[in-house]
Ligand binder design. Structure first.
Ligand code: PGU
Length: 468
């Protein structure tokens, strides 16, 4: 049952309330609750509008017929994006959204990068069209994205050993990779860090790929559990898939050191595991694109076969453009060609071909030397603002803390997040009493904070740590 715009207008003319239940609320109950409900008037309006087939008949049918989906239960809100929904519904002027990892300005406003505006202006001037892209995406984007990831004169790229396919941001690229593993590397287990970005579990589970966890975080040191991580990767069956965060680990903000990366690579090589890198924060960890790609580049230089998902949500602020890529690095160009052909086949069935707008923005920014240099500065500015907010938060916590706790973990963690160690009951107090929205695992996005509100957040944290 769907009401057309004409039907809505006509119903309003009949003296109905200001809206008509939408197609996703077709039940009898929702009609009863609908203010001003008058069966006769509805019947009249329906008949006037659908003279060939009165809508009243189909409404009754919908109301009485058992649904094919009757056994469906309510899904829980998403642990991250659900926090934004709850934040929106809060009317307090004190509220702070530190849930989602999205960059905000010092006024806590969304930010469109200047380089993005410049690229869009150029795109308009050049009269770019909106034709379908090829299944693998925009050629200029694919060239730019792999160069950004591996370096402009990377040997694997020159040798044609990298299959790159534009996909739907980080999530879509990971999902495409998961579909690829399900089809061409069946029966393997994917190992995720504990903790990890919550959606990793959904992505692999939805693709029918089994996942397990390897140790990553040591609450005692608020640091990397390197021994635990190595022991679990060692214990994983040979040929497992190991998901690694390329930089700015989410949610902990703790990355292995270069020496540790090298040992991780040794072990993964020994165990013949397949690394699957998730690079969602290139440029956001250190402020440098090259430094943040060091882990992936190390593995590629060492000759690994691997997968890498890339996202431009954070570093170019293109959250809603859904622009990213899946890269598969293979031992030969011939295999890369074959793998790419299969990735295209999977993408064709999933979404046919990717959207063009964000791809063009990336291609314009990376392909124009002046804009590219400006982007690096803007990115360093964003990373710098987050670092400054971290320092202010630590100062404010120290001022209020009567127990002399060590807050230095906040400034040593990198990227957008701080993993605070707040337990679920404490998080509940942060939200219920202080209107500070954050994920239940105790993660806060410092990209959503400014210096002016750091004191308020510190009050909330001290209260929650001390009293719960
Ligand atoms: N991988 C990691 C490690 C991430 O943190 C995120 C985003 C993604 C991939 C995917 O982002 P795309 O926008 O699909 O490229 N995590 C953020 C954003 C909110 C979300 O959960 O999607 C976060 O707050 O953790």
């Amino acid at each position: 049952m769907a009401f057309s715009a004409t039907a809505q207008r006509a119903a309003l003319a009949q003296g109905f309330a200001t809206s008509i239940p939408s197609a996703d609320q077709p039940s009898k109950a929702s009609f009863a609750a609908f203010s001003g409900f008058r069966p006769v008037a509805l019947k009249k309006a329906a008949l006037d509008l659908h003279s060939a087939k009165p809508a009243r008949v189909s409404m009754q049918a919908v109301a009485t017929k058992a649904s094919a989906f009757e056994s469906i239960t309510q899904a829980p809100p998403d642990p991250i994006l659900g926090v934004s929904e709850a934040f929106k519904a809060d009317t307090s002027s004190d509220k702070l959204n530190l849930g989602v990892g999205a960059y905000r300005t010092e006024d806590i406003k969304p930010y469109v990068l200047d380089v993005v505006k410049k690229a869009e202006k150029l795109m308009l001037e050049n009269g770019e069209n909106k034709e379908y892209l090829p299944i693998e995406g925009l050629a200029d984007f694919n060239k730019a994205t792999v160069a950004l990831l591996l370096g402009s004169d990377n040997k694997a790229v020159k040798d044609g050993r990298v299959a790159t396919i534009q996909s739907l941001s980080g999530t879509g690229s990971l999902r495409l990779g998961a579909a690829f593993l399900a089809r061409f590397y069946p029966g393997r287990t994917v190992f995720l860090s504990n903790p990890t970005w919550g959606n990793h579990k959904n992505i692999f589970a939805d693709a029918g790929v089994e996942w397990k966890e390897y140790r990553y975080f040591n609450p005692a040191t608020i640091g990397l559990d390197f021994e635990g991580m190595m022991a679990d990767i060692e214990a994983a069956p040979n040929g497992s898939v190991i998901v690694l965060h390329g930089c700015a680990h989410n949610p902990t903000g703790i990355d292995p050191t270069p020496e540790q990366w090298s040992k991780i690579a040794d072990l993964i090589e020994k165990k013949n595991h397949l690394p699957f890198f998730d690079v969602a924060y290139q440029g956001f960890a250190s402020g440098s694109l090259d430094e943040d790609a060091a882990s992936v580049r190390l593995f590629v230089e060492r000759g690994f076969e691997l997968l890498v998902a890339q996202s431009y949500s954070k570093n170019l602020g293109l959250y809603a453009e859904r622009i990213g890529a899946l890269n598969a690095v293979l031992p030969t160009a011939d295999l890369a060609t074959k793998v790419k052909s299969q990735l295209k086949r999977l993408a064709r069935a999933l979404y046919s071909n990717p959207p063009v707008h964000g791809a063009r923005i990336v291609a314009y920014v990376v392909g124009n030397n002046d804009i590219f240099d400006e982007w690096k500065q803007e990115m360093a500015g964003m990373a710098g603002r987050i670092q400054a907010v971290r320092a202010t938060l630590v100062e404010e916590l120290k001022k209020r803390d009567t127990k002399g706790r060590d807050w230095s973990f906040i400034t040593s963690q990198i990227g957008m997040f701080s993993f605070t160690g707040l337990k679920p009951a404490q998080v509940e107090n942060m939200t219920k009493k202080w209107h500070v929205y954050m994920t239940k695992d105790g993660r806060i996005s410092l990209a959503g904070l400014n210096k002016a509100r750091a004191g308020y957040l510190a009050d909330a944290m001290i209260d929650s740590f001390d009293n719960f």
